[in-house]
Design a protein around this ligand. Structure first.
Ligand SMILES: [Zn+2]
Length: 260
């Protein structure tokens, strides 16, 4: 049996009882942290999982609600005396800033006691992130609007990567943050066992109409907008009515897990 524990399910601002985006994927005997919103270290500890148990960390983009827990995670790994290398997969643009910030907060690699293996995501190339687990990435348009405002010429920056995760014959799609549901088009061109999709940047109706007829075993709605938070029951009724072909619907709170 494989699982995803939804450690943090909240939107981009603090929400009652919900941490920022972070999930623990247990697949093919590997433990993989997907995004590191705060307080992921606390949530892992509360579930009896040591940072040393993690086989890899996958970061989809630089927004703080997906990365702010990473430094506490690495400080915790140091204090736990982690020994084995920790692979972190992330956008290329974050690698040098991450190293600089680790130096700034007194966690240079020579202190950590383990190697940080920082791997940039590459479109079109799948990465073996842990034993038995491969990940392909797809680009989403989530940060395109911010690029226009902040630095229009910076085509090498403002990247967001959705994940297609393969392991033990399963295909799991993690949307990360999207510009629009259409960003999922290529990923959903073939069946997936689990689609974990955000619902903070567009209306549920836009997502549900895009998902019509697509082959999805379990649909997880996560990272709900502040407006939708607290409306989970109504949302579940709406999605069941509009997507009757989807096998299971799951709208997790922090700490809830999905087995597949
Ligand atoms: Zn974001």
């Amino acid at each position: 049996m494989h699982s995803i524990i939804f450690l943090g399910t909240g939107p981009g601002v603090p929400a009652p009882g919900r941490g920022s985006s972070s999930s623990l994927l247990e697949l093919a005997s590997a433990k993989i942290l997907v995004d590191a919103g705060e307080p992921c270290s606390l949530h892992l500890r509360d579930r009896g999982i040591r940072i040393s148990d993690l086989d890899a960390v996958l970061i989809t983009h630089g927004h703080s609600d997906h990365t702010a827990g990473l430094f506490m995670l690495l400080q915790s790994a140091w204090l736990e005396s982690r020994q084995r290398p920790l692979p972190i997969y992330l956008p290329q643009e974050l690698i040098e800033p991450l190293k600089a910030w680790l130096n700034a907060v007194y966690l240079p690699e020579k202190l950590l006691g383990f190697s940080l293996l920082l791997h940039p995501w590459t479109l079109g190339k799948s990465a073996k992130v842990a034993s038995g687990v491969e990940v392909e990435v797809f680009a989403t348009t989530h940060l395109d609007g911010l690029r226009q405002i902040i630095e229009p010429e910076a085509m090498h920056r403002f990247k967001t990567f959705g994940l297609i995760i393969h392991g033990n014959g399963h295909r799991v799609i993690y949307s990360s943050d999207l510009g629009a549901p259409q960003d999922l088009k290529c990923a959903l061109s073939s069946r997936c066992d689990v689609l974990v999709c955000e619902l903070a940047h567009f209306l549920p109706s836009a997502l549900f109409s895009f998902l019509q007829g697509r082959e999805i075993g379990t649909l997880v709605l996560n990272h709900l907008s502040p407006k939708l938070t607290g409306q989970e029951k109504e949302l579940a009724i709406q999605v069941r009515r509009e997507l009757p072909h989807v096998g299971r619907i799951f709208i997790p709170h922090d700490g809830e897990s999905l087995e597949f």
